[in-house]
Design a protein around this ligand. Sequence first.
Ligand SMILES: [Zn+2]
Length: 333
Amino acid sequence: MCLSVQVFYTSMKKGNTKLFISMYHYTRDLRHSRYPEIKGLDVDLFRKQLEFFEENFNVLRMEEVIDAVKGNDTLPDNAVLLTFDDGYIDNYTTAFPILEEFGFQGSFFIPGKTFTTHQLLDVNKIHYILASANIKKLVADVKEKMDFYRGKEFNYPSTEELWNKYAIDDRFDNKYTVFVKRILQTVLPERLRNQISSDLFEKYVGVTEEQLAYELYMTPEQIRTMKKHGMFIGIHGYDHYWLGNLLPEQMREDISKALETMSEFIDRKEWVMNYPYGNFNDDVLAYIKEKGACLGLTTEVRTADIGKDSAFKLPRLDCNDFPPKSDNYKKWM
Ligand SMILES: [Zn+2]
């Protein structure tokens, strides 16, 4: 486990403590892909972004960030760390070779389930449904299914109440998309969410879940190759659950399974957690510390301050916050 927070406060040398952490999901040639509506960073824009970082930033390795958090080292000015969530194969085929070309390290956070049982994660079922269906029609479908199943085997609040609570625009999605995501990611009981997601997937996406799972995620061999080439590999849960919403026992089981399936790729005494959906609670924090985590990455949007922030709650910006997509990052300079 990393040294305690007090140690690094007192031993931190004077220097930059501000760290930008950029978050990536899909990285692919979107225009020529089968699902151009998938929300990802196009390969040309990814390359331009790395050119921007090369000119204006110091791209750090995860090991350097861990050292800075321990107080062994300071950060250079304009420090940025590149993080890739979910273990998508396009991170391997598209992002990895370009990172190598620039001599940059990427940190890849891979849910254990993606390369062991080859089942599609709920988060991806939902992405592909959203990329394939008309959103208003989809909302109508989801509401109809909620009304159909209510009171049979499952109980949950009225559709109107849930609509009012969850249909709210956020930074990236309109209220319709946010509603579908929340209802199918976390609001309904898990078994029902799976059932409805699978029904809608079959109706709209046009391939089987198994086919998509095999073409979507990295294989163990690919993860191994990236690690051999100096990329950093970290933990992103096993089943990609909202960990803070699980019963403590389920939460511990998910994280333990993640550690077991990923043990070849991580240092069990000093590993990095990336909370699926940025979701965690005090039980999650206590458990990962007990199990040897030394850093935790969230989805809170701002720069991290290595001198002030808890090492287990480091905020990140999205890749869309940097050029060539936008200059949003300047708000946090
Ligand atoms: Zn994720």
